[in-house]
Design a protein around this ligand. Structure first.
Ligand SMILES: [Zn+2]
Length: 468
């Protein structure tokens, strides 16, 4: 909604909505105007933007298709639309004063509770996700505004915990596993999550301890053992190869300063082959384009090239943008991960992070509709109760994974990114992303779209690793 929208425009829109949805008790424009005077302008804009979403958006699946090809997929999409429309209408009915905002305090309490307490037995399924759990909760806490508030005691506990998953006492060459269980293998994704946790908490006080415990040469040898002739990486010994493994390996390689020709050989060629006819990236050659793989594919390339312009020589940037834009659904405002799939809050990062990256690469101001995405996150993914956390969609429960990636997505909605050319020349393109808030009052921290940790943290970690 343009900031200069007139009251008359708003009157017309509300009248039209009343007609469209048959609400008899919808707040009048006069009520809206009088309440709005006491509230900040952005809140009124959000009321308008939700109104506009309901007015102008068409169902994702045309009526004729719904009738001609009835299926579970189509029914699921119609149900999500119905749920989301119901939520938006409910907020509009309550008036512009009640459009939800980010409830950081509640979410920080949720995150801190699970960071500081053993997980309940119902969460046994998280057993192989220990390093991920630490990263998701820790990063969510930082994104929600707590980057400077993590105490020494907490940092020491996190270091102890992370290194309890280091595979040193087995036959493994190196790397972190997802759990300290007997049958665990060192795993690239678990190692990525472990390392990102250390990236977040490293400081003057603990960097020597982290450096002493982190056997960089073993990790180097271990990654070489997972490297395949076509350029890809096994996720673990004799495991699968895909774009996730490539991205996570390249993050580790860049952060630890172990980039060499053997590790990067054929990486670019292999990654480029994963961009498919849709414009997005699949997990492997000929796979369907997917939000998570698109995030990993684009970022893996940014971890390998020197300047944004080089991207144009490697992939079809316009086609990737076209695919990304189609992932945002007009009615819901959130992103889907694949063609004809449902919106899901976590794609606020997997697809949402592509937007700042591609805005920087193309020099374009706004490729996605940040306002619509923010509406989906705050109205449909935020826990409506007192416990906090974020979720996939309204009918789901909150969890750690979604709390992190939805928080990051919300930060992307409220910021813009740019490149520091001096850092790009000195330390590489992937370390050069900087950000600024669109609204100074936004309580969220700024997030690095390549590493998904607080902005500036990857470069700081890299410098600590070089320090004596
Ligand atoms: Zn999800």
């Amino acid at each position: 909604m343009a900031p200069d929208t007139t009251d008359d425009d708003r009157d017309k829109k509300i009248a039209k909505l009343q007609f469209l949805i048959g609400l008899t008790n919808l707040q009048t424009s006069q009520q809206s105007k009088s309440k709005s005077k006491s509230k900040s302008k952005p809140k009124l804009d959000r009321f308008d933007s939700i109104l506009e979403m309901l007015e102008t958006s068409k169902p994702q699946i045309p009526q004729v298709e719904q009738e001609t090809y009835p299926s579970r997929t189509i029914n699921a999409q119609l149900q999500v639309e119905k749920n989301v429309i119901g939520i938006y209408e409910n907020f509009l009915e309550k008036g512009s004063n009640n459009i939800p905002e980010i409830e950081t305090l509640k979410h920080v309490q949720y995150v801190r509770f699970y960071l500081q307490n053993p997980l309940p037995v119902e969460m046994l399924g998280y057993d192989s996700l220990h390093t991920w759990t630490i990263y998701w909760l820790l990063n969510a806490r930082c994104t929600l505004g707590g980057y400077d508030k993590i105490s020494k005691v907490e940092k020491d506990a996190i270091i102890d915990k992370v290194f309890s998953f280091w595979m040193d006492e087995t036959d493994a060459i190196g790397g972190f596993s997802g759990s300290d269980g007997e049958y665990q293998l060192p795993h690239i994704a678990s190692s990525y999550a472990a390392l990102l946790s250390l990236v977040i908490i490293i400081d003057d006080d603990n960097y020597k301890r982290i450096k002493k415990n982190l056997d960089v040469e073993k990790i180097h040898q271990w990654l070489l053992s997972l490297k395949q002739p076509d350029g890809s990486f096994f996720m673990h010994t004799n495991g699968e190869t895909d774009v996730r493994a490539m991205y996570c390996a390249l993050v580790i390689i860049n952060l630890l300063g172990i980039k060499d020709e053997k590790l990067t050989e054929n990486c670019i060629e292999w990654l480029v082959s994963c961009q498919n006819y849709e414009g997005g990236f699949g997990g492997d050659l000929m796979d369907e384009a997917h939000g998570g793989y698109a995030f990993c594919g684009l970022n893996a390339l940014l971890l390998l090239i020197d300047t944004p312009k080089q991207l144009y020589d490697l992939i079809d940037v316009d086609s990737l943008i076209s695919w990304m834009v189609k992932r945002q659904y007009g009615m819901e405002g959130g992103f889907s991960g694949r063609t004809n799939k449902l919106v899901d809050g976590c794609y606020s990062t997997w697809v949402g992070a592509l937007s700042p990256l591609l805005e920087v690469v193309t020099g374009t101001e706004e490729l996605i509709n940040r306002e619509k995405l923010q509406n989906y996150i705050l109205c449909c993914c935020q826990d409506p109760g007192k416990f906090g956390g974020f979720k996939d969609k309204p009918t789901m429960r909150c969890d750690f994974y979604h709390t992190n990636y939805v928080s990051c997505g919300l930060s992307f909605c409220n910021s813009f990114h740019f490149i520091d050319e001096d850092i790009m020349k000195e330390d590489g393109l992937a370390f050069s992303f900087k950000a600024a808030k669109l609204d100074d009052d936004c309580p969220l921290g700024l997030v690095d779209p390549v590493f998904t940790v607080p902005i500036g943290a990857p470069l700081r970690f890299k410098k600590y690793m070089k320090r004596e």
